[in-house]
Design a protein around this ligand. Structure first.
Ligand code: DC
Length: 227
């Protein structure tokens, strides 16, 4: 029997904390594909600006950073739940990029048209090589509209806040569920109402609501679609 090849370009979009990274990593591992979480790029730019006290409201400054920053992604050097190392200016910024400060500012940075142009150009170049699971907000709509399989992974804000809360507690850090929920709702609002590449499912995306599904069930469903 002829083996039908798996889709070579998989676009995985959805709101913050919907489980895209966990799913994307597992899919990539199973298919032998590259896993690329594009949120890292927006987070990295935001983190550098905060480190250097740059004005995050200045679109020109942020665009310059997006066009010139050197962000290095390497295989994980520690077994602490990280999917990869993110090295910026010789520093391991892997977890710093997930800090509350970055969370609070990254949506504004990612709303700038020229920042998006610089970063999505890089993402597209890498994605077109194929054999890739690319995760973000606009992969199926803007970065790789020709993706062979487009998944939009959704979940309620309450469920997503609960998952983020549990992740932070599992790392031994302190967190407030109510605060996290407020931030999730605010990020959803900014991500889905921005003028450029707003968060929304592509017309040909398959929408999966993960509220009542665990990570394994979502994975099985998507693997079924790949087959
Ligand atoms: O997926 P994440 O939470 O790490 O994303 C961080 C921010 O980057 C989020 O506010 C949305 C933005 N983002 C985006 O606008 N486009 C992408 N392709 C990926 C992330």
């Amino acid at each position: 029997m002829t083996k039908i090849p798996s889709p070579s370009i998989i676009a995985l979009d959805g709101p913050a904390a919907s489980g895209k990274s966990t799913l994307g990593q597992k899919l990539a591992d199973s298919l032998g594909y590259l896993f690329f979480d594009t949120g890292i790029m927006y987070r990295a730019i935001t983190w550098i600006a905060l480190q250097h006290d740059l004005d995050l409201r200045d679109e020109t400054v942020m665009t310059d950073l997006a066009q010139n920053a050197h962000i290095d992604i390497r295989p994980p050097s520690k077994n602490d739940g990280r999917p990869c190392d993110v090295i910026i200016e010789e520093k391991d910024a892997t977890w710093d990029m997930r800090s509350g400060d970055v969370d609070a500012n990254v949506s504004v940075v990612s709303s700038y048209a020229d920042v998006r142009k610089a970063l999505s150009g890089q993402q597209r170049r890498i994605g077109l090589r194929g054999n890739i699971v690319m995760v973000g907000r606009d992969i199926g709509t803007v970065v790789l509209p020709e993706a062979h399989l487009k998944i939009y992974l959704d979940a309620s804000a309450e469920e997503r806040a609960k998952r983020r809360y549990n992740e932070i507690i599992a790392r031994g850090e302190q967190a407030s569920y109510d605060e996290i929920l407020k931030k999730v709702i605010e990020r959803d609002r900014i991500d889905s109402t921005r003028a450029v590449a707003p968060l929304r499912p592509a017309e040909d995306a398959i929408i999966i609501d993960s509220d009542k599904m665990d990570a394994d069930q979502v994975f099985e469903r998507v693997m079924g679609l790949c087959r």
